[in-house]
Design a protein around this ligand. Sequence first.
Ligand code: H13
Length: 258
Amino acid sequence: SQTDDERALSDSSTEASAVPSHPLWPDIERITLEQLTFAQQGVGEGWEIFEQDGEMKLYKREKEVNGLVQDTLKAVHVVKGVTGFEMANCFFQPEYRFGWETTLEEMKIIEKVSDDAILFHQIHKRVWPASQRDAVFWSHIRQIPDSENPDGEPIWVVCNKSLAKDHPAAPDKKGKYTRAFLTAVIVCQTIITKHPNDEDELSRAEVTCKISYCSHVDPGGWVPAAATRAVYKREYPKFLRKFTSYVIDECQDKPVRT
Ligand code: H13
């Protein structure tokens, strides 16, 4: 039977609804801010670096629950020539996704919660050793003032989080797909190297983007621990390289947007 949340979701229209009254909103709000705090923490004890390529560094924190991998990943990167807004916007907006998401087979917008929050159903290619995965998740983008430098460049954050329960618009096709559960956050901030007295327009040579990406995957179903780790060791660096080069290409001939 349907829960209150599911009923409210299936009853709401596909038009953008008033944000504060949406049943998902309290979760979206709370989890996005929690994930932002988590992404901003340093990589101290418990974190182990597993890949480095120039400014790109990937760390993992291993955890197993009943033999299943529940590792957390944290990646940091510095990308020249793009802004925090451009990075976050390309990660959030559905029209860019197939340009960088190499593991995607199908993407469907289930509901537009608001202009800055969307509910998605995605079917992923078989990168996993076992069956194909699908996922239902909300995605939320927002701008947050930098508390350490309130007059400086704001922080852009996008948080993606799987729904804990089944959704009527995307029922779990057990047997066909295994439902995976993910939490992912990307935090982006522009660094401007332009001289404050210089009145020329901001050029691409004067912007750099600092990124922090964290992700927690519960692959769903049973996958041997070594296989899960082998997949993400390969897939996370691939995603970061592809995503950053996509954003650079996409923005190259366009005016700088902060
Ligand atoms: O963050 C990434 N992609 C997002 C846009 O497609 C979606 C993602 C998400 C998916 C599903 C639910 C909630 C959020 O944020 C990039 C993801 C890169 C994934 C690397 C592969 C990890 C493989 C784990 C191994 C499991 C066996």
